[in-house]
Each structure stands twice: as C-alpha cells, then as structure tokens.
Design a protein. Sequence first.
Lengths: 551, 181
Amino acid sequence: MKRVNAVIVGAGAGGGIAAKELSTAGLSVVLLERGKWYTANDCRKDDLRNQSSIVLGCAFGPEDKGHPRVWVDANGVPQTVVPSDGGKYQNVAACVGGGTLSWGAQAWRFMPQDFKMRSTYGAPPGSSLEDWPISYDDLEPFYEKAEYEIGVSGDYSPDPFHGPRRRPLPMPPLPSTLEFSILEPAAKRLGLHPINIPMSRNSVPYNGRGPCMRCRWCDGYICETDAKNGTQNTVIPVALNTGNCELRTECMVKEILTDDRGRARGVAYFDADGHLQEQLADIVVVSASATESARLLLNSKSRLFPDGLGNRYNLVGRNLQGHQYTGATGYFDFDTYDDVGPGACIAICDYNHGTPGLLGGGMLDNEFIRLPINMIDRLPPGTPLWGPGHKQGMRDWHKRTVGIHGPTQQIPTADARVTLDPTVKDKWGMPVVRTSGNVHPITFEVGEVQAKRAEAWLKEAGAIHTTLSVNRRDVVSGEAHQSGTCRMGDDPKGSVVNRYCQIHDVDNVFVIDSSVHVTNGGFNPALTIMAVAYYASAALVRNWKGTGFRS
Amino acid sequence: MQSKKKSTLLTRRQFVAAGAMGGAAVAIGCTAGNHGNWDFLSDGQARTLAAICDQIIPADGFPSASQAGALTYIDKQLVRHFRRHQDAYRDGLEKAEAMSRKRFGKDLAELTSPEQFEVVSAIEQQYLDFFNLVRAHTLQGYYGSPRHGGNRDAVSWRMLGLDEPPLRGRAQYNLKKGTHS
C-alpha cells in the first residue's frame, strides 16, 4: 500500500479536523475509521435504538457482538460488559463523525479557569489535578475557527463569565421555546445570567445546508435534515475534496508500528474483510477517543516500548474522566411542553467557578426533548411504578415536566484508568479496554450542590414538585464525554504528550482527541476537542518539512 | 407508490382493530415460528405474560400493553437483542403460573383482574429482578417506537397528545426555501 505523509486513526471530532487541516496543507493523508459512514438517510427516529437510548443497542456503533470490554467494580471484581450495557462500557459512537454525528451538539467553550484548575483551587489529596500547559488565550483563535468551520449558533453576550472572544458566533440562536420562556425570567429573578446554549446546529442556512427543522429527535440521533453539524458533514468532506485524503471505513487499527530507532513507521490494521494490512506513514495521528486511543498506545508494544507507546512512565490510560451529571426534575401545574426541538436551549454558567469553599462546579441547562420512553422512570415521587396509576401519571406529567442538569467538572484521579484486560479479546483477537477506579469524592460533593441549584431554579420557575437526581455511582463517568487518558503537559515524566499533542517519547506520533485534556471543564467537551485539534494541527503543519518530518 | 403505502397501512389498521376488538391479545402475535404464533414464547407462556403485562399497563380509555403489541415487542426481542434474558423469562413465567395455581387453583390468565393484581404484586415482592425486567420491557414496548412491534399505530404517543407522525418539525419547515414558515 502506498506510503503517505500522515495516517490518522479515528474520524471523529479530533481526527476529522486533523484530516482537513493536514490535507489542505498538502500532506497526503489516510483516515482510518473503525465504523461506517452514516448519512441523514440512516436517520431512523428509533427511540429504543440510537446512541442515547440504547435499550436495543447502539445505532451508530459499536455493535454488542465482538466488542466486549471489562469493567472492574469497587470491590475489584472484573465484569465483561457490552456497548448496550451503557455507562459501565464507556462507549462513544464508532462511525465517521464519531460522537459528533449523533450528539446533542452543545458546542461550549471552556472558561479561562478551566485550564488552570490546580492554580485556581489547589490539588486536593488523592487527586491528580493539574493545569493545562496551554491557556484559554492560546486556544481562543482556534475555538473561533471551530465555531465558524463546523458552524455554531447561539449568543454568549448575556454571559459575563466566559473569556474574551474576538468575534460573535456565526449564527444567531434558534427562536425560544416554551421552556425557555418559563426558565429565563426565573433565572433572572434569582440574579443569574441565562443564555441560549451554543449549538453546533444551523439556525439559519449555513455552509450549504438548511436550518434545524425543530423536531423532537435530536440527542442520540442523526439529523434528518442534516442541520446538525459534525465533522462528517463539514471538515471531512473538505478533506476528501482536496484529493489528498483517503477515508477507509470499517478499518480497525491493531498497533502503531515502530522502527529500530524508536520512531513510528505507520500502523497495522484489520480492513473491512478482516485482513491485516499495513499503512506506512511519516506521522501517525491517534484520534480514537480517550478509551480507544489509550488502548491503541498500550497495544503498540515493541522491543523499545515494552509497556506500550508513550508509556515510559506508566501514565497512558490514567486520569480517565468524563462528567458527573446531576440536577433536578420539576413538575408543574401547567404545560411546559411545546414539542419544539431540540429542547435544550437555555443554560447558566454562574456556577462554574467562584463559589467560596467549592472546587469548581459546572454549567446547568435544560434537557433535550424528553421522549415518552425517557419519561417512564421520571414521574413524580409517589406515582405508582406500574398499573393504572403509572399510566395516568404518564398522561398527567409528560407535558408538565422540566429537567435541569449539568456536567459537573470532575477532579481527576490517577487510579481512574484504562488498562488492557489480560484475558478478554475483541473480535480481532486484541486485548480490550479494562476500566477501573472512580471519580474523586469532591466531585460528588460539588455535584450535589449543583443539583440543589437546579432545584432552586425550577422552584423559582413554578415547579410544584421537584426531585433531585444525584448519585454516587461506582463507575468512573467517562462515556460520551470521556477524556484525560493521554494527558498534555510540559514535563515528560508527568504527561504523555506535549502542548502540541506530540508524544514526548516519539516525535512523529500525535494524540489529537479528548485524551489530551488535563481537565475536562464544566461543559460538554466537543468544541474544546475541536479547538485543540486545530491548534495542534497548525503546529504540526508549521513544523512539516516534507517527508522527513522533524519537530 | 404513495397509494401502495397507504393501502398497507389501512390493512394494518384493520388488523390491529380486529385484534383489539376481539380482546384476544394472543391473537395479535404475528409471525409463525417454532412455537406456533410466537418467535420465542409458547402460547401458554404468552397467555401468562399477557396477564402480567396488562397489569403493568391495563386498558382504560386507551389499549392495554398486550392490545398495543407489547408482547410482540418482547417476543421478537427475546430472539434478538434480549436473547440473554430467555432463561429469566422461562423461569419467571413458570414461577408466576405456580404462584397463580397455588393461590387460586387456576392459570393466571383465567383469574379476575383483582386476582391477577394480587399475583403480580406477589411476583414483584418475591421475584423483583424478573418483575423489573418484564416491567421495563412492557413499558418499552408500549411507549417506544412502533417499528419494533409494540406501540401499535403509535397509540401511546397519541394518548400523550404527541403528533404522530411527528409533524411539528416538518410543518414549520419550508423544504423549498430551507427556512421556517
């Protein structure tokens, strides 16, 4: 197979952007994706089988068969799990676009403090809390690039908490919904600063595609009108149009190949027919998600790297983190439901930072439209779990319920980690991801404060009953927001990659995805993955000196 | 093509209406497999399960679980995504029947609704894992997408006052201009 300049592993948020940036700069690129390329024609509006409600499996991959993982519980007992087991599996979609195909599309910037968590709060005992080696200011131009090239609608202007920005978002927010009109004045009465959620969704025609048609099938689904923006309908087509980028789907990378001098020479992968292939390249970019990128590095063992690539100091796979989601549900004596999608529309960032005695916090926002299937276990306390009372409860409350939740920023720990399972193998015979550990206990405390804040907002809006959703689960919460397993840093002994996402040990291997996040902010992380991908790709292109790449 | 689609729907509606009017939940099971009317369940198991499902979602002004096809949903998935629950169903349904016969000397399906309620409550008490499984699957079949055999004719969505097919988005959307009307 023809040698290329760059082989990229994973066509998600990070890999899609790297493919576009490298191929438009003239590098020859092969983009390998383990999943398929779905389009709007694959929108099934199936509430039992999508990427959010996975009762009948994950619609956009991976399938249960052949993709086991192992989860180790708090007592150290390992259990084999499959993708449709949900949280314990730590799944992200396996498809072109990755999570950005079927996401809810909240496209938040992190705040300046989110990059300086250790110097803002100090590292609590038992944590591995650190600052990022780069700042909000370093990323600001690349956040903007992501917002304009992927396409984000919204308006940050009522929010005094985010860092400075040079340009407003390229599209205005969608018109408000009934929930917005109930929640906005309530937040203002509490002295809060509600804003329209920045969404990677067209509110007006943009980038050659039309606006959101406001149906109720959004988070977890492919957009029927292709108004939701991900890498699969923005940067990846641009990359392919350069003529420099070849996308190969249903290709599972086995390992990164290295030469005798300790540099990468390409990857070995199983193609769609299960045949082992080699793709040689000057540089390798790993963009396979926090769990799978760590697994690939750990599976890339050789004489010079007996414990896996980039793992000289036993750091690959550590600091796995996602978000601790907590909040509250409010029940009203008037209709709050107008069936106007996507549903999630209003958020506050008042509680991300700045509460004395509290280590961080997170954004709070209302939910995507709650389909009936998501309502069956969300009825007010005292409602029978079955029988005529449950059926009546569904009729009484489905249109009179508002949920407010948010991603509490996690305090990372080194014990929350991805390793290779010693016995369980996937369908290609490769050792699978094994996850263990939990979040830092402080994260639970912050999450519980956040839930009470959500409840106060709902009560102010007129809720007659409220319930808190808080939990101290025995599972590290990576899932769709998973990050942290190949931490970025200046110190080669304390991090896996440098500030440009380049593995300290091996200068022609890059990790460009959420794995490099030192901390994961109190926001949905995709736009930050994208901004870092633009930032790292710019550095890579800047240092590109032809086929003999040297940093 | 349009008219063809429409006639299929009509046939289906008539079929469903016939099933619901007959009140014979079991008759709704469609594809003939190794077990008579069902892919996984025996006719006896189906009768027992229908009685449990209809206690979880009884008929009122709107159909019960089995009338809306929840059994079809569960049965289809027991040879597909719920394959790993086959033993739990076999075992749990047997225990439910044993309990019914011990208390009332009759099959669960032959009991009055208050008697069935008593047995199903006892199942919930004594075999919570099995009950929770059936409860979850019944509610999924009733409130989830009709494409999997439950929620016939989107009856639960219409019960909740949701447009079906969901017209809201499309109605507001001008497909020619790509804008909102």
